[in-house]
Design a protein around this ligand. Sequence first.
Ligand code: AMP
Length: 113
Amino acid sequence: MSSDCLFCRIVAGEVPADVVARSERALAFRDIDPRAALHVLVIPREHHADVAQLAAADPALLAELVELADTVAGTEASGQFRLVFNTGPTAGQSVFHVHGHVLGGQDLGWSPA
Ligand code: AMP
């Protein structure tokens, strides 16, 4: 845990979050600024800076995030979802604790740039 990491503080319960699902090593909570009808973040409880670092360090934990995303989408979006990992500031990453954006619940456009 890093005390200056917002998402570590959410995991620790120091910052409130609207948690929608949990697994053994991961957490899913609603994005504070939703961009779609369903917009949930899936994060590991353990701190990893981005998805590439997580994949290198612990691929099973990355798989657990995908599984949790699928569970949330199954409950809230008929099992259909987009999973986005912004990686690096140029790609739009602003919180450097890996998180997957689970988007769905509506028809999604495609204009990533
Ligand atoms: P990114 O820009 O890909 O790093 O995504 C960070 C996301 O975290 C953004 O979509 C923010 O709206 C979201 N966010 C920031 N602070 C909070 C918070 N306290 N609770 C929930 N989501 C947050």
